[in-house]
Design a protein around this ligand. Structure first.
Ligand SMILES: *[C@@H]1O[C@H](CO)[C@@H](O)[C@H](O)[C@H]1NC(C)=O
Ligand SMILES: *[C@@H]1O[C@H](CO)[C@@H](O)[C@H](O)[C@H]1NC(C)=O
Ligand SMILES: *[C@@H]1O[C@H](CO)[C@@H](O)[C@H](O)[C@H]1NC(C)=O
Ligand SMILES: *[C@@H]1O[C@H](CO)[C@@H](O)[C@H](O)[C@H]1NC(C)=O
Ligand SMILES: CC(=O)N[C@H]1CO[C@H](CO)[C@@H](O)[C@@H]1O
Length: 898
């Protein structure tokens, strides 16, 4: 995700206006509900009203059409002429004329010719009706009911409707077939048309007493004038060919417990290695299996986890790795390939359960085993619990998406095939081997058709498994519970944060924090076994609590229980560009450390940076740790150096109470959902995207309405000015300045002003780069990367503040120095880098990893004594039993902490 986030900031700027189209969405979705119908729908699916909030939580997380980009707005505006495809941008001849606005937009936005061509080729097939199946078989049809069988004309009552599960009004398109298709898609056994334009669906056969003469249904259908569509409170009712759908109710375990073997399919991303270890520690038993897919781009995690394969016969890493994107079609490819692989490993198992690095069990594994052992053969999925048409729209299932250039391009509307039920919900599942063998085996007509559809579907894993289940022989194994509880906080999680990778607005659940503990406790009596999301870099305390809750009794024995380390850089990483900044920075900190040591008479020669880790204790950031080689007394050793960024908030101004300013800080990688910076070490380079975060308390000055911020670059030029409107409801907020990359290296200053009065100021460092793509910077590269983007600064008008801005003389001097800095390379460059880092970071200490005198606790160097890292609490080499894989305990089959 970290990578994705970086890309996000880069692309966010290129994208156009965000336009709220709720209004348009409502115009076009001509479906309305009787509240009672909706309630009935919920009851039908076995939900009590108590469960409703929970349910909304699950289903409403996709904001779907409520926020879309401007391209989309115009696509809905049918009066406007369709734009022409700009052929001059293509190096090939399109195989047909593209007439679809969304496709044209996607073709223009796609970067590579191959991607443009793929979009064009597929759009042409879709335009010609050659791409998608029109009809698919449903192998779950009823033995008694027949699709389209007319039951007759029935008298309806306003207060007591005959069919209560769905109602829609279609003034132009309604007909028995039209309505039947809707009711089939939603999975109902009965469809009824009334008053020409109305379509109803229901679960229960209308009472014979309501039947009336056929002549009472006498209105022509707007969509087919040869057919009749009921009349005034009379309804033509048809069978859809489906039976009433009743999800299976899982049994509660009694005494008849049998053995159950589970495959945990871990699909992993990121660098939270120790948390993955912790998860495996919690779930490991010798009789279960782990199949681990690590995203193709995450070579650090993959490298580290590969070791487990050698140690444990029941842990296997996927060899075919995918780089999946949020909501991308490749996600389903990855899952199906993994499942196929699992079924060919010769493992004996009863369930495959899908988990990620941010899942954690909230019941003991024994409870899960007992529960599953009495429910073998069922398939656990979670349905959206809404009206099907609405779900389809919100989820974008009625649109074609094409994945290329790690982006999901939306290329237009599509019609879902007739004959099948469309279902979906959460993409966390527990599946039986029979079902997995069906979906990974030889494709029948249903699977072949769904394959085409789901290769072009946003968030495919959220509806593929549901839809296959409902339409296959497995329909009677469907349990509407995926054993998971998810921490949705839609206000925070739905910020359209995936716009850079999908042409849609998606939401993400929040991390559990200590204060969310009651939510987890509330699941105790329910059939819920896992929760998400957990991220120790955000909050580890909750994970420790959960562990204790599910039966870890030895917490008081565990070393460093409250500590957390997460890798930021590893010498074997294959991802160069982002590392230039970290490497430059780490190199400089290590040199600073060497200077400090030399004052103690300890002269060390430093070399290679091996690793950089983030260190937190009790959920407080404590600094970064740099593991590096060094030569001490002619011997090569490994040192780990601990350092921390300094704080730079200045609020001391004459006769002005500015207590209301709680935060005023610049950093990068701001996470809107968790409201925190992910770049804990505050490491910014010329290509970073700075964000200003401010927080005011409620007693912010009464009379001030606007504040101004001014961004001053290292040469003393004003790079951007922002206005902060005071908003009592929104006292914490962030500002992304409008400054182009590369940023001028050096010390930037940001001032906060009330009128012309400076009330707060802060500074941040854009570190010059020692490396470019891993190699030392050349003159030419320096003049590109270190010369800033002053040409693109806007001509800004603002009230000139007193103080803060340099006067003319200072300005000239700063500009001169800055100009000279651009030319610096080699040692001259290092000197500059080091002088800057000295101002922004404090070195806190160093420990030694390897030494000949390993019996000694200390290694002396001049007056300095290096402690062994193993016994330095803060070191990433100090013991971390919770975050390291344990050893198998023969008796229990569990992993014992070491
Ligand atoms: C698109 O279709 C053309 C003509 O059939 C074909 O030559 C080309 O390889 C196709 N390209 C892609 C990316 O599918
Ligand atoms: C605050 O800013 C808005 C728009 O930028 C402006 O219309 C308004 O007059 C300003 N108010 C004050 C008190 O400066
Ligand atoms: C605060 O402001 C941000 C950005 O303008 C906005 O996205 C967010 O919804 C606001 N929050 C509240 C609670 O008004
Ligand atoms: C910037 O604006 C000022 C005042 O509006 C004007 O005098 C000046 O010429 C402008 N400079 C540029 C480079 O546009
Ligand atoms: C069906 C399935 O396996 N779904 C999910 C498994 O876990 C990942 C997260 O790592 C989800 O994104 C999948 O959709």
């Amino acid at each position: 995700m970290a990578v994705a986030r970086k890309i996000f900031y880069k692309y966010a700027k290129c994208l156009g206006l965000i336009v709220l189209t709720t209004f348009f969405a409502q115009l076009f979705i001509s479906i309305s509900f009787f509240p009672s119908v909706h309630d009935n729908l919920l009851k039908r699916q076995g939900y009590t009203s108590l469960l409703r909030n929970e349910l909304d939580d699950v289903s409403a997380r996709k904001q779907g059409p409520s926020v879309e980009d401007d391209e989309d707005l115009s696509s809905r505006n049918r009066n406007k002429a369709i734009p022409q495809l700009r052929l001059e941008e293509l190096d090939f001849e399109p195989i047909c004329e593209i007439r679809n606005r969304e496709a044209i937009s996607a073709i223009h936005r796609a970067k590579s010719q191959i991607c443009k061509q793929e979009i064009i080729n597929k759009t042409c097939l879709i335009q010609n009706g050659q791409f998608y199946p029109n009809q698919l078989p449903n192998y779950c049809t009823s033995n008694e009911k027949i699709y389209g069988h007319h039951l007759g004309c029935y008298l309806d009552e306003k207060k007591l409707r005959l069919l209560t599960s769905f109602y829609g009004n279609y003034a132009n398109t309604n007909s028995p077939k039209f309505c039947l298709d809707i009711c089939v898609q939603a999975g109902f056994p009965y469809a009824g048309v009334q008053y020409a334009s109305e379509c109803f669906c229901g679960d229960n056969r209308p009472p014979a007493s309501a039947k009336t003469s056929d002549g009472s249904c006498d209105m022509k259908c707007p969509g087919d004038s040869s057919q009749l569509c009921g009349g005034y409170f009379t309804m033509n009712i048809y069978e859809t060919g489906l039976d009433k759908f009743i999800p299976q109710m899982p049994k509660n375990p009694g005494n008849e417990v049998s053995k159950v073997q589970i495959v945990f399919l871990l699909t992993l991303n990121g660098r939270a290695l120790r948390q993955v270890h912790r998860l495996i520690n919690a779930l490991y038993r010798t009789n279960h299996y782990f199949y681990i897919h690590v995203d193709k781009r995450q070579d650090y995690l993959h490298r580290k986890l590969l070791k487990l394969e050698k140690e444990f016969p029941n842990i296997k890493l996927a060899t075919k790795r995918y780089s999946t994107i949020w909501g991308g079609a490749s996600l389903l490819r990855m899952l199906l390939t993994s499942m196929k692989d699992i079924s060919q490993l010769g493992w004996k198992w009863d369930y495959v359960i899908n988990l990620s690095e941010s899942d954690f069990p909230i019941k003991s594994l024994e409870e899960l085993e007992i529960f599953l052992s009495v429910n073998k053969g069922f398939n656990f999925v979670k349905s959206h619990g809404r009206e099907a048409q609405r779900f389809i729209k919100k989820q974008g299932l009625d649109k074609t998406f094409i994945e290329c250039e790690t982006h999901m391009w939306r290329v237009g509307e599509r019609k879902l095939p007739q004959g099948i039920i469309v279902d979906g919900g959460s993409d966390w599942v527990a599946l039986s081997p029979e079902f997995v063998s069906y979906i990974t085996g030889k494709y029948d007509e249903l699977l072949t058709g769904l394959d085409v559809i789901f290769k072009h579907t946003l968030l495919p894993a959220e509806s593929y498994f549901h839809t296959v289940l409902r339409n296959s022989h497995f329909c009677n194994t469907y349990v509407d519970n995926n054993l998971h509880v998810t921490n949705w906080k839609r206000k925070l999680g739905c910020k359209c944060q995936y716009k850079h990778v999908v042409d849609w607005c998606g939401c993400s659940p929040n991390d559990f924090k200590t204060e969310d503990w009651p939510r987890i406790q509330n699941t105790q009596s329910r059939q819920l076994f896992f929760a998400r999301k957990f991220e120790p870099i955000i909050n580890q305390e909750i994970i420790t609590r959960v562990e204790q809750y599910i039966g870890y009794t030895d917490h008081y024995l565990i070393n460093n229980l409250d500590a957390y380390w997460q890798n930021l850089y590893d010498i074997d990483d294959l991802t160069a560009p982002t590392d230039d900044t970290i490497l430059t920075h780490a190199g400089s900190v290590v040199r600073l450390n060497a200077k400090v040591l030399s004052e103690e008479g300890c002269h060390i020669q430093i070399s290679e940076i091996i690793e950089v880790n983030i260190y937190k204790y009790a959920d407080v950031y404590k600094g970064n740790l740099i593991l590096h080689k060094a030569i001490i007394n002619d011997k090569e050793v490994f040192l780990e150096t601990w350092y921390k960024p300094k704080q730079h908030l200045d609020l001391n101004f004459e006769n002005r109470n500015v207590d209301f300013i709680k935060k005023f800080k610049v950093n990068s990688e701001y996470d809107q959902k968790e409201m925190t910076f992910r770049n804990l070490g505050n490491i910014l380079g010329p290509l970073s995207e700075p964000v200003l975060l401010y927080q005011f308390t409620a007693n912010v000055d009464k009379y001030t309405r606007n504040f101004t911020t001014i961004w001053l670059d290292p040469s003393g030029m004003v790079a951007d000015v922002n206005i902060i409107q005071k908003d009592e409801n929104n006292l914490t907020n962030f500002i992304k300045p409008n400054i182009k990359q590369p940023l001028l290296p050096g010390i930037w200053r940001v001032g906060l002003f009330d009128q012309t009065n400076l009330i707060a100021k802060t500074k941040f460092l854009i570190t010059p780069l020692e490396f470019f793509s891993g190699k030392e910077l050349t003159h030419q590269e320096a003049s590109l990367i270190h010369s800033g983007s002053q040409n693109s600064y806007k001509n800004l008008t603002y009230i000139k503040p007193t103080h803060f801005l340099p006067d003319e003389e200072e300005g000239n001097l700063l500009a001169k120095i800055s100009n000279a800095n651009i030319k610096r390379i080699n040692n001259d460059l290092l000197e500059w880098i080091d002088s800057l880092n000295l101002e922004f970071y404090n070195v806190l200490g160093s420990c030694i990893l390897h030494s000949d005198s390993d019996i000694d606790e200390h290694v002396s160097c001049g007056n300095y004594k290096f402690q062994q890292c193993l016994v330095s609490d803060w070191s990433s080499y100090s013991p971390d039993p919770k975050g390291s894989i344990g050893k198998i305990d023969k008796k229990s089959g569990r992993l014992k902490r070491i």
